[in-house]
Design a protein around this ligand. Structure first.
Ligand SMILES: Cc1cc2nc3c(=O)[nH]c(=O)nc-3n(C[C@H](O)[C@H](O)[C@H](O)COP(=O)(O)OP(=O)(O)OC[C@H]3O[C@@H](n4cnc5c(N)ncnc54)[C@H](O)[C@@H]3O)c2cc1C
Ligand code: SF4
Length: 333
C-alpha cells in the first residue's frame, strides 16, 4: 500500500471544491480499503466524508410522496427503517441480504452503488489479463472461469457483472441518484447509473471524479415489492442471480409490473418488454406470466460456463414477482 494523507470533510462541498488530484473519498471504507490493499486504487489523499451528518438522514421528500435517503445511510439503517420496510420492502430486503451484519453497519448506500465487479481476475493480486484493470490487456474471464459472469450486455472485452443488491431494488423502484458537484445538482435514474462494457470499458458508472452522491430519492411507494437473492450459501455471499419486483394489482390482474435482475450484467437489468407484456395479465396465469418473462431472454447469451444462469434468472424473476404480489403492506418475504 502506498503512503497517503488523511483529512476529514466538514461540509459536502469539501468533496468537490479545491480537491487535490488523486484524492479518494472515504465513506465506510469497506470497498476502498480493499481496492488499496489489492492495488486497484493508489490514492495520494483520503478525504473522509463519513462524518457529514447531513448525508446520513432518511427523510420524507418535500411532496411527502417519497423518501430521501442520505448517501451515507448504512445498509442496516435502510433495512430497518419503518417507512422503507412498509413502503419499499424490496429495498429493505435487498439491503438486509447484502454482505454481513458487521459490514452492513459500516457500508453506505452511496458506496454500495460505487462498488466494482467481484470478477476474480479484476481483483487478483497477480497481474492477469483484465481490460478493466489494465486497458488493452484482454479479458481472462471471456474464455476462463466465467460461471458467475454476465448473460446480458457483455462484449468480448468484458463479461463482468455488477454485484450490488440494493442497486437492483433501486432500479426496479425507478429511484434517482442525486449527485452534487461545483456545477450544481443532477439526478440520474438508478437504472442508468451503471455502465455496460460497450459504453466505456474502464468505467463502472456515470459518476465523474469531481462529483459526490448526496442522496437516493424514492418516489411512489411500492408496498407490493420483493427481492429474491440466489446464492451458493444463504448468508454473507454475493448473488449468483437476484431479482427485484414491484407490482400493482387490481384484484389478481397486474396493472403494472417492474422487474430488475441483478448479477446478470454490469448493471441491473430491467425486463422492460416483460413488464409491458404483463400488463392486464392475471398473476395466477402462470404459463402466460412465465412466457412474458422468458420472451425477454431472447437477448440473453450464455458464456461457456454459465448457461444455467439463464434458467435461474428466469425462475428468480417469476418467483420475485409472485412474492411481490403476496406482499401487502410490507413485512419481510
Ligand atoms: C466481504 C464483503 C462482502 C460484501 N457483500 C455484499 C453483498 O452481498 N451485496 C452487496 O450489495 N454488497 C456487498 N458488499 C459491498 C458493500 O456493500 C460495499 O463495500 C459498501 O456498501 C461500500 O460502501 P462504503 O461506505 O464502505 O464505501 P467506501 O469503501 O468508503 O467507498 C467506495 C467507493 O465509493 C466512493 N464513495 C463512497 N461514498 C461516496 C459518495 N457519497 N459520493 C461519491 N463517492 C463516494 C469512494 O470514494 C470509493 O471510491 C460486500 C463487501 C465486502 C467487503
Ligand atoms: S470480465 Fe471484465 S473485469 Fe473480468 S477479467 Fe474480463 S475485463 Fe476484467
Amino acid at each position: 500500500m502506498q503512503p497517503f494523507t488523511y483529512a476529514r470533510a466538514v461540509d459536502p462541498a469539501d468533496a468537490y471544491t479545491g480537491v487535490p488530484q488523486r484524492t479518494a473519498l472515504l465513506a465506510g471504507g469497506t470497498e476502498l480499503l480493499n481496492w488499496m490493499r489489492l492495488g486497484i486504487e493508489h490514492p495520494a489523499h483520503l478525504l473522509d466524508i463519513s462524518h457529514l451528518s447531513g448525508l446520513k438522514t432518511i427523510d420524507t421528500l418535500d411532496n411527502s410522496a417519497g423518501l430521501r435517503i442520505g448517501a451515507l445511510a448504512t445498509l442496516n439503517e435502510i433495512a430497518e427503517h419503518p417507512r422503507i420496510v412498509n413502503d419499499y420492502p424490496v429495498l429493505a430486503q435487498a439491503c438486509l441480504k447484502a454482505a454481513s451484519a458487521q459490514l452492513r453497519n459500516l457500508a453506505s448506500i452511496g458506496g454500495n452503488l460505487l462498488q466494482r465487479t467481484r470478477c476474480p481476475y479484476f481483483r487478483s493480486l497477480d497481474a492477469l489479463p483484465c481490460n478493466k484493470r489494465t486497458p488493452g490487456s484482454g479479458c481472462a474471464a471471456r474464455h476462463g472461469i466465467n460461471d458467475k459472469h454476465a448473460i446480458f450486455g457483455w462484449t468480448d472485452d468484458c463479461v463482468a457483472v455488477q454485484p450490488s443488491d440494493p442497486a437492483v431494488a433501486l432500479a426496479a423502484l425507478d429511484a434517482e441518484v442525486v449527485i452534487a458537484s461545483a456545477r450544481g445538482i443532477r439526478r440520474v435514474a438508478a437504472d442508468n447509473f451503471h455502465t455496460l462494457p460497450a459504453d466505456e470499458l474502464q468505467r463502472h458508472n456515470v459518476l465523474a471524479d469531481d462529483e459526490l452522491i448526496t442522496a437516493i430519492e424514492l418516489h411512489a411507494a411500492a408496498p407490493r415489492s420483493a427481492y429474491l437473492k440466489v446464492r451458493e450459501r444463504e448468508s454473507y455471499e454475493f448473488a449468483l442471480v437476484s431479482a427485484a419486483a414491484a407490482v400493482e394489482l387490481d384484484g389478481e390482474t397486474i396493472r403494472t409490473a417492474r422487474i430488475a435482475l441483478g448479477s446478470v450484467a454490469l448493471r441491473p437489468w430491467r425486463l422492460k418488454e416483460a413488464e409491458r407484456r404483463l400488463q392486464g395479465v392475471s398473476i395466477s396465469a402462470l404459463d402466460i406470466v412465465r412466457a412474458a418473462i422468458e420472451h425477454e431472454f431472447q437477448s440473453a447469451r450464455a458464456l461457456p460456463h454459465n448457461a444455467s444462469k439463464i434458467v435461474i434468472a428466469q425462475n428468480a424473476a417469476l418467483r420475485a414477482l409472485q412474492l411481490a404480489a403476496k406482499q401487502a403492506n410490507g413485512g419481510m418475504a
